[in-house]
Write a protein that binds this ligand. Structure first.
Ligand SMILES: NC(=O)c1ccc[n+]([C@@H]2O[C@H](COP(=O)([O-])OP(=O)(O)OC[C@H]3O[C@@H](n4cnc5c(N)ncnc54)[C@H](O)[C@@H]3O)[C@@H](O)[C@H]2O)c1
Length: 406
């Protein structure tokens, strides 16, 4: 905060440098200073993919929050909105148009809302919105999926676990996203020697695939509490035996991070028995798929959970873990906080802008502390708000943080 105070003082007096497209971010009366935006010193291009259902509603909120938090740290964003998923199918006939992928590739980071909906459910596989998402991940070569599961004190009652078990949980699952059994070959259908039909897949990992995800995980653990648990099934699977050997070898590069190993069946149990023992977990594609969903349910609120998918170079993909929620789309009922927190991950893990990310995280906590809740996280005694108002309250919290430091 010291540098921010310096900026405010050096600029002096009431001022506002905000983009005119963000009128709500500078409320008429917020005390002595209206807005703490500083002259931009860094600029980034962001591709926005609103997608379908509640996607456009939550992206609109996240865009405003990103702009404001960024401007307070001297960051300017150039946003480009592109069609994706069902919206792109309706417009162009494909779920991921070449123009969308190329815009995404050329930007510094990609923020996605959600894709899918009843309208396209019966489309052929290559014309499903979900196919566009897989193509996007592949096109951006994002092989590391980071999914935090944090039980916020304000929402501890939303967890299905006992309060004493859920309270204080703050873990991160790092899942390998582009290898393993989901992509391994051979795969397919055939018949065995009895003439019975069989379906088969291949769990396969190369050393380089394990090494790169292990490095992402160690780096992530370094930004957290320096504890990494690698989850595998090395007592049975050869691919897991190699996994364990390579993760152990990479650990030599990170002597400051404590590494442990756990079998996946035990990890599934430990996550509900004592989730607080975990800081950062690294695991393969299929185990990560299952464990990250299990971990997210400890928090009890799908509308609160962000994610990041990162590659070796190039832009990362940031998105809430929820889908397009067609049942509430267009009704101003969506919780935008998962997307707002995805924007915070974009700043922290995609652009290395930790301060701006922390502004957003603090503003989300402040908004919850002030009792604002969308329907999915509502409990008695709080104020029920829609998606738009939740966004406005987060913006006020970002503003008030600035005022609190003056
Ligand atoms: N990454 C993605 O874009 C993604 C992920 C999952 C599902 N989908 C797609 O979304 C569509 C709907 O899938 P689904 O119903 O299984 O999952 P969903 O996450 O869209 O919805 C599950 C339930 O959670 C609620 N919900 C979800 N997000 C919410 C939010 N932000 N605020 C308040 N409530 C919220 C919904 O109203 C619904 O009751 C499908 O077409 C599916 O393929 C997309």
């Amino acid at each position: 905060m010291a540098s921010l105070q310096l900026n405010l003082k050096s600029l002096g007096g009431p001022y506002c440098h905000h983009d005119a497209s963000l009128p709500k971010q500078c409320p008429p009366k917020m005390g002595r200073i209206r807005c703490g935006a500083t002259t931009p010193t860094r600029s980034y291009s962001i591709t926005l993919l609103p997608g379908d259902g509640i996607g456009p509603e939550v992206i609109s909120v996240a865009k405003g929050v990103l702009s404001l938090a960024g401007s307070l740290e001297g960051i300017e964003f150039g946003f480009q909105e592109m069609p994706m998923g069902g919206a792109a199918l309706d417009l162009t006939g494909v779920p991921l148009p070449d123009e969308t992928l190329s815009a995404a590739r050329q930007s510094d980071a990609v923020l996605l809302g959600a894709i899918g909906g009843y309208k396209w459910d019966n489309n052929e596989k290559h014309l499903k919105p979900e196919t566009g998402l897989l193509q996007l991940r592949e096109g951006l070569k994002v092989f590391a999926n980071l999914r935090p599961a944090t039980v916020l004190p304000q929402l501890v009652d939303a967890s299905t676990l006992k309060k004493e078990v859920a309270e204080g949980v703050d873990l991160m699952v790092v899942r390998e996203l582009t290898g393993g059994i989901y992509f391994g070959k051979p795969r397919g259908f055939s018949s065995n020697q009895n003439g019975e039909e069989i379906g088969f897949n291949t769990e396969i990992y190369a050393t380089s695939e394990i090494d790169r995800i292990a490095r992402v995980a160690f780096e992530t653990a370094r930004k957290r509490h320096r504890k990494l648990c690698s989850v595998d099934k090395a007592n049975v699977l050869e691919a897991s035996m190699l996994w364990r050997r390579r993760v152990t070898a990479i650990a030599l590069e990170y002597p400051d991070v404590e590494l442990t190993h756990m079998y996946v069946d035990n990890a599934a149990m430990q996550l509900v028995r004592n989730p607080k023992q975990f800081d950062t977990i690294v695991t393969n594609n299929i185990f990560g798929d299952i464990l990250s969903d299990e971990a997210s349910m400890i928090t009890g609120s799908i509308g609160m959970l962000p994610s990041a998918s990162l590659g070796e170079k190039g832009p990362g993909l940031f998105e809430p873990i929820h889908g397009s929620a067609p049942d509430i789309a267009g009704q101003d009922k969506a919780n935008p906080l998962a997307t707002v927190l995805s924007a915070a991950m974009l700043l922290k893990y995609g652009l290395g802008e930790k301060n701006a990310a922390e502004r957003i995280e603090a503003a989300v906590l402040d908004t919850l502390n002030r009792g604002f809740r969308t329907g999915d996280i509502y409990s008695d005694g709080n104020t029920l708000v829609g998606c738009k108002q939740m966004g406005e309250e987060v913006l006020k919290s970002v503003e008030s943080e600035v005022l609190a430091t003056i």
